[in-house]
Design a protein around this ligand. Structure first.
Ligand code: BGC
Length: 514
């Protein structure tokens, strides 16, 4: 990239405009992309705890679970193939997010959502009709491609559409949709597991087509973001769109900032090489660490394997699926707390409180399981103890739901200047998917080896990430997306990476784009 100026502040973010119904509606439709992700996270756990599914595809696990009473409870479900069913999706999402980053940049956020929805739909049909493990896993791989596209485009779409002062709330619409998707999946599993003929799992897997169709239809009606229209060379159209979403003709100041950001982005020939420059070090580090930390909280142990985990703790089949529904409800309700608080109280406070609450809950869960099952995994939990563990797990899910869950997607999508935004988001999605894959693939094996210590393992990481946030994450609430550089420049540690010419006044920005 040519040296010189960079995106900087012009107004301190006092753009004109109001929160229009148009912007709220488009963001609601776009957040539907989160539904497909959530549905998949939630559906696999229930399906893999259904006997008819295990008998058909994973008979050895079925045998271990039902007949071999000598097996330690920690190891009952330890099977690489079973885990591959859950985790293969995230591997293909990882690869897809790199392609979708180019699609998002060259063809817009909307096309990226549409393509994601279509591939996902095919995956859902393959899964519902699966006759063997290969079909099952191929279907999951296609679902993953869909998710890679949706997770790349939707958070950026939301952050670009939203006026700065409610960007947090609108972006968290994505996470809200994820949690609703998980809950819907839990409820559907609860219902289909009762089908005596044993084809319930087919319905569960095929119903993934519903959120896919919603996203496909939605994406036809969505306009593209002004930033993306501009990026693709249509300034007049971009300005009209900005006027429309802000509900006023007076968008000059915000448009100038967008235009300046776009000018700079255009000079960047290699977004991938570019993000490696020292001046983007803070964004690069955050886009890698936030998704890693989000996954190493251990949340997907609950989302993927809650029914299996509760069964392991001695809950009956029905109670296990019901417990998954309860954690699903807590997840949705507590995400709303974040929608309310992220723009009012800021991102940092939510991260810090959520982290501390998760640490306490994880330590207590480890202690309770350790006391009752010891290291050999033989024992029983009384009803009241099991309920207490369920309560602790709910408190842990609540903490995640108002902190790392939504903020894990919000923060990386809002901290990058336009010229590295797609690349930064692709890194965020792929790191997230990679660690989601690892958890999906190895959790049951880790549980088998680390036993109750597994929960302490996750707690240890939450301590580290909470300290990281305290020292290294600046507050980004209410800062306009194309002015984020001021925040980095002012930071005690990251400031030194941001060259002085990176933060320039509105006057210079106008000159730059004249
Ligand atoms: C995470 C997922 C998680 C979901 C629901 C998302 O933010 O990326 O891995 O399953 O929240 O808890």
């Amino acid at each position: 990239m040519a040296g010189g100026a960079f995106v900087g502040p012009s107004t301190g973010g006092n753009y004109e405009g109001r929160v229009t119904t148009f912007v709220i509606t488009t963001c609601l439709v776009a957040a539907m992309g989160g539904l497909i992700f959530g549905y998949d996270i939630g559906i696999s756990g229930g399906v893999t705890s259904m006997d008819s599914f295990l008998k058909k595809f994973f008979p050895s696990v079925y045998h271990k679970e039902n007949e071999d009473h000598r097996e330690s409870m920690y190891c009952k479900f330890d099977s690489h193939w079973l885990q591959l069913f859950t985790s293969s999706l995230y591997l293909s999402a990882l690869v897809a997010s790199f392609f979708s980053s180019t699609v998002t940049r060259l063809f817009g956020r909307k096309i990226s959502m549409l393509s994601g929805g279509l591939v996902f739909l095919v995956g859902a049909f393959l899964n519902g009709a699966a006759a063997n493990v290969a079909m099952l896993i191929l279907g999951r791989l296609l679902l993953g491609v869909g998710i890679g596209f949706a997770n790349q485009s939707v958070p950026i779409y939301l952050s670009e559409m939203a006026p700065a002062k409610i960007r947090g709330a609108l972006n968290i619409g994505f996470q809200m949709a994820i949690t609703i998707g998980i809950l819907a999946a839990n409820l559907i599993n609860y219902g289909t597991s009762k089908i005596k003929e044993g084809y319930g799992w087919r319905i569960s897997l095929a119903l993934a087509a519903v959120p896919a169709i919603m996203m496909i239809v939605g994406s036809f009606f969505l306009p593209d973001t002004p930033n993306s229209i501009l990026e693709r060379g249509h300034p007049e159209k971009a300005k009209k769109m900005l006027q429309r979403i802000r509900g006023t003709n007076n968008v000059e100041v915000e448009f100038q900032d967008l235009a300046a950001a776009n000018e700079l982005a255009k000079r960047v020939e290699h977004p991938w090489k570019n993000i490696l420059q020292p001046r983007y070090r803070p964004q690069l580090v955050i886009c890698i660490l936030i998704p890693f930390f989000q996954q190493i909280t251990g949340i997907n142990v609950i989302n993927f394997y809650a029914p299996v985990l509760f069964k392991t703790l001695g809950f009956g089949d029905d109670a296990s699926l019901m417990s998954a529904v309860i954690t699903g409800i807590v997840n949705v309700v507590c995400t709303a707390v974040s929608i309310y608080s992220a723009d009012r109280f800021g991102r940092r406070i939510l991260f810090l409180e959520g982290g501390i609450q998760m640490i306490i809950c994880q330590i207590l869960v480890a202690v309770m399981i350790g006391i009752n099952f010891g290291t050999n995994g033989v024992g029983e939990m009384s009803g009241s103890t099991a309920n207490f563990v369920l309560f602790l797990i709910c408190a842990y899910v609540a903490a995640f739901a108002w902190s790392w869950g939504p903020l894990g997607w919000l923060v990386p999508s809002e901290i990058c200047p336009l010229e590295i935004r797609s690349a930064g988001q692709a890194i965020n999605v792929s790191v997230n998917m990679f660690f989601t894959f690892l958890i999906g693939q190895f959790f049951l094996t880790m549980l088998c080896h680390l036993k109750f210590g597994l929960f302490l393992f996750f707690a240890g990481f939450v301590v580290i990430m909470t300290i990281f946030i305290y020292f290294f994450l600046p507050e980004t609430k209410n800062v306009p997306i194309e002015e984020m550089n001021t925040v980095w420049k002012a930071h005690w540690f990251w400031g030194k990476y941001i060259p002085d010419d990176a933060v320039i006044g509105g006057q210079n920005l106008k000159e730059l784009t004249a």
